[in-house]
Design a protein around this ligand. Structure first.
Ligand SMILES: [Zn+2]
Length: 166
C-alpha cells in the first residue's frame, strides 16, 4: 500500500513534474490503481501524486464503490467568476477542515492513462475536488486558501510550530 505523505512533509510543497509521452505505460496504470486503493483505504475522494510521494502530475478522483477516474497532466482552462464555499479536508492533513472559496465551474484539459487528450466541464463539488487536487500538483494546500479553519485549528498550529520551531 502506498503511504500518504502528511503535512509538513516537503514533497507536498514541490511543483510536480509533467508526465512525458514516453511514460504512458503499464507502470503509470499501476500507479493510478495503487493511488486509488490508498485513497479508498483512507476514505478520500481524491488523491494527487505528491500525496503518495510521487512528484508527478497525476490525480485520481473517486467515483464511489472503488471506481475512480485518472487525470494526467490536468490543466484548468476556464474558471467561472461565480464562486462557492465548501468545507474541505485532505488526507495529508488529517482531522483538519476548513472553508475554501473556489470557482463554481471549471473546464479541465487532461490526458487519460493511454495519453489521449480529453476535455471536461465540472461544477459544484466535482469542480471543488478537481481544483483541490490540481493545487496539490502546484504545492498548494487547502489551508493556504482557507478563509476559516472549522476543525483542527490546534492540530494545525502544532504542525506549523514544528516547521517554524526548528
Ligand atoms: Zn488534499
Amino acid at each position: 500500500m502506498l503511504k500518504i505523505a502528511k503535512y509538513p512533509e516537503p514533497i507536498l510543497r514541490k511543483t510536480a513534474k509533467a508526465i512525458a509521452d514516453s511514460d504512458f505505460n503499464a507502470e503509470l496504470k499501476s500507479l493510478a490503481e495503487q493511488m486509488a486503493k490508498a485513497m479508498y483505504q483512507d476514505d478520500g475522494i481524491g488523491l494527487a501524486g505528491p500525496q503518495v510521494n510521487k512528484s508527478l502530475r497525476i490525480i485520481v478522483i473517486g467515483l464511489g464503490y472503488g471506481k475512480y477516474k485518472t487525470y494526467v497532466n490536468p490543466e484548468i482552462t476556464y474558471s467561472s467568476k461565480d464562486k462557492m464555499s465548501v468545507e474541505e479536508g485532505c488526507l495529508s492533513l488529517p482531522k483538519i477542515f476548513g472553508y475554501v472559496v473556489r470557482p463554481k465551474k471549471v473546464h479541465v484539459k487532461y490526458q487519460d492513462l493511454d495519453g489521449n487528450i480529453n476535455k471536461e466541464k465540472l461544477k459544484g463539488i466535482d469542480a471543488v475536488v478537481l481544483q483541490h487536487e490540481v493545487d496539490h500538483l502546484n504545492g498548494i494546500l487547502f489551508i493556504d486558501r482557507a478563509k476559516k479553519i472549522s476543525q483542527g485549528q490546534e492540530i494545525l498550529d502544532a504542525l506549523k510550530k514544528k516547521i517554524n520551531g526548528k
